[in-house]
Every structure is written in C-alpha cells, then in structure tokens.
Write a protein that binds this ligand. Structure first.
Ligand SMILES: Cc1ncc(COP(=O)(O)O)c(C=O)c1O
Length: 417
C-alpha cells in the first residue's frame, strides 16, 4: 500500500482537539461511558439553531418546483460565482453594515468560509510566510495554514490574561497594540487574521486595535483578514471596521458565510470581499479546488436578498435573530455566575463564552462529562492561553434556554463539589 503524503500524515497525527471532544458526544461513546444519550446536554457545538428566513426557504421552493429553474440549478456557474449572486451579496453587506463602494468585482463566492479561508491562504501565502493569530482564536486556522502554506510558522498575539481572565483588547488596548507591534516587527507576518466576533471568545476587537493592525499591515505590505462568520450576531453597535470596504482598504479582506446568520450551515455558501486583484488570484485557485460554487444556493441567495432588502425583511430578520442570541448569551452568563462562579467572558456577539475552570481543561472535560452528562470544549485547541478554560456554546440551545440553565446547574454542582 503506498503512503499518504507526509503533510497529511503529520496533520493526521494532530487532529483538531475540538473534533476529538465532539466525538465523545457521539451516541456509542456516551453509551460506553454508561450515560443515557437523551440526558446529555452538549455545549460543544459551534452551530446555530434558529429558523432560517421563511422567504429564503420559499426561494428554494420556487427554484426546485420550476422544471426550467431546477434544470438551470444543475449547471455550472462561473468559478467566482454567478454575477447576479455577487451583485446581491455586495448589496447585502451595504444594506446591513454600510459597506460602501462594493461591487461584484470585490466578491468571490465559495462553499462556505472554511473552503474560502483555505483557498485564500493558498492565494496570499508562500510556504514559510508567517501568519499572526490571536491567542485564543478559531482552532481551524492552524490546520488551514498548514495545508495551504506548508511550513508557515504561526505567531500568536495573546488577548486573554490567564490570571485575571480579562479580554485585553477591551480592558487594555494600548498594551495589546504595543505587543502586536512588537510581535509584528519581530516576525514580519504576511497575514494577520482575527474573527469579529471571534471564536471561542465572542469578543469584538475594538476599533483602535483594528486601526493599529490595519495601519501596520498596510505599511509593511501585509494582509489583514477579518473573519466575519458571526458578523450578524452582534449585540451592540458594531465598530467602524464592520463597514470597511476593499474599495478603500485594499489590503483588508473580509471572510463571510451564510452558515450562522441564516442557519444555512449545511447549505454551503460563503464569500470573500477583497480588492479585485485578490479576487482574480482566488479565481485561479478555485478553478483547481472548486470549479464553481453551488448553483442552487447562489440562485436562491440572489432571489432572497433582492426581495428581502426591498421589503425590509432582511434587516428585521437579522435584528430578531441577533436579539435571540443576545438573550441566550445573557441566560448563559447569568447561569455561569449563579452555578459555576468562575471568571468568564461576557459575549459581545456570536455563540460562545469562555470560562476559567481553574485546572487543565483537557482533564476536566471528560471527568465533568462522566459525572454530569454535560459536554463543554477544552480551551487548548484555541490557544495555550486558555488551557485552563472551556468554551461553552449557547448556539445550539438558543431556542431552549431552560436547557442552558439545567446544563450549567449540573456542571456547577460538579465544579463546587
Ligand atoms: C470563526 C469561524 N470561521 C469560520 C467557520 C466556518 O464557517 P463555514 O460554515 O462558512 O465554513 C466557523 C465555524 O464554526 C467559525 O467559527
């Protein structure tokens, strides 16, 4: 039997710690622990659970029930996506967040931000180029960099104080900017990437920090990537960089996804907003990785967005949805404070909080699951700064807040035993 590539073999030796934990939640593994799967409460999933817009579902129905449109949905589109879909996506971000000057030339459509981020790293990085990540941040970036630019080192900018559990960009932006500048000048990254809000912290970098990152990357000829997977789950006034446009900031690239705002996790569609030269490069990469994004998803997206902007239902939906997640976040934090009584981050958006459990969470999580039937995700996979932390996701339970309280009550009983 011939061997797999050495790159794949080395990555298989380092599977995502989050995936490993999620495996523990699989039925056969829960049964093996002697637990009843129906009693398990999982805060592990990084997914949303609110209904998709009804008008979006109707757009699918229209396309699927019309033989000519259904036939069309079985054809390829252009590699960067259908023009109409790219135009409507540009309008979407202008309508919701005030992004000015966006046109289809700034948009590349793909099958979700996972594929797009990988292909974007492929587009921007040469092997060996350094990438700067926050610590902690989304656990998938490391593997995506490893596959797209083998041998590229990663440098991490700490954002949580492990002693106080303060989110430093908010509590001490000057210190974070100074450390960012020091690390940047020392390591000269080609790409800096952060999530807004980020996973697992659900914190939004303040404008001053984003300004400093933008200025330094522009000056040094580096790229600044902002992962907007949770852009629509924003619980306050968004910072000004939510409206940054590649027309004005050509070195800033936005990564976007339908997964979280529209509960379209499995109807794979995402897009990149970038300067036309980046979009052209991405097109060349996507010719090899994707050929074209999903046509049915593009057709329905274009139809839905056009109508939902016109009748005001898009903004109403996004506001309603954001309010649901803000309420679930409040329920979660109140229950953490009541039952866990441990340092935690109050979400500014997104689906998560991070709680300091005061011991190595790789050991804590399986013991807590066995004792309580409650699953949380250990922090180490997101970065070493939260090795003693766990990510708690309220996303899957956004419609069932009682489950959030019940799960955290059980976990708290175990922690304060
Ligand atoms: C920060 C971040 N980016 C991207 C993704 C993946 O999104 P998509 O479904 O668009 O691939 C996730 C999923 O959890 C995420 O947390």
């Amino acid at each position: 039997m011939p061997q797999l590539s050495s790159l794949v073999r080395s990555q298989m030796a380092h599977p995502s710690p989050i995936r490993q934990i999620m495996k523990m939640a699989e039925r056969q593994n829960i049964l093996a622990l002697g637990l009843n799967p129906d009693d398990v409460i999982s805060f592990g999933g990084g997914w949303v659970n609110h209904p998709a817009p009804e008008e979006f579902r109707q757009a699918y129905e229209e396309v699927v029930s019309d033989p000519a449109l259904f036939h069309k949905s079985g054809g390829y589109t252009a590699t960067l996506g259908e023009l109409e879909c790219r135009e409507q996506i540009a309008r979407f971000d202008e309508h919701l967040f005030g992004v000015q000057g966006l046109g289809p030339e700034h948009i590349a459509v793909g099958v979700g931000s996972t594929q797009l981020t990988h292909d974007l790293f492929r587009t921007l990085l040469d092997p060996g180029d350094t990438v700067m990540l926050l610590d902690p941040t989304y656990a998938n970036y490391e593997g995506q960099v490893a596959f797209a630019a083998p041998g590229s080192p990663i440098v991490r900018l700490p954002v949580i104080d492990p002693e106080t559990w303060a989110y430093l960009p908010v509590t001490d932006p000057g210190r974070v900017i100074a450390e960012f500048t020091r690390l940047f000048d020392e390591h000269r990254p080609r790409v800096v990437i952060f999530g807004a809000p980020d996973n697992p912290t659900s914190q939004i970098l303040p404008q001053a920090v984003a300004d400093a990152m933008s200025a330094r990357t522009a000056e040094a000829g580096a790229w600044l990537l902002i992962d907007f997977a949770y852009k629509c789950q924003c619980f306050g006034t968004p910072p000004a960089y939510y409206a940054w446009s590649p027309a004005e900031h050509p070195h800033v690239i936005g990564i976007h996804s339908n997964s979280k705002w529209a509960r379209a996790l499995g109807r794979r569609l995402g897009w990149i907003e970038a300067a036309p030269a980046v979009i052209d490069g991405l097109e060349r990469v996507q010719q090899c990785s994707l050929l074209c994004p999903d046509t049915l998803s593009q057709m329905t997206m274009a139809r839905y967005v056009k109508r939902a902007i016109a009748d005001g239902s898009l903004r109403a939906y996004v506001d309603r949805t954001s309010a649901l997640y803000a309420a679930a976040a409040r329920t979660t934090i109140d229950a953490v404070d009541e039952y866990l009584q441990r340092p935690r981050l109050v979400p500014s958006g997104g689906l998560y909080t991070v709680v300091d459990v005061g011991e190595n969470a790789d050991a804590f999580v399986p013991k807590a699951l066995q004792a309580t039937g409650v699953l949380v995700v250990p922090g180490r996979g997101f970065g070493p700064s939260i090795t003693n932390g766990v990510r708690i996701s309220y996303g899957p339970m956004v419609m069932t807040p009682d489950k959030i309280r019940e799960g955290l009550e059980r976990l708290g009983g175990y922690m304060r035993r």
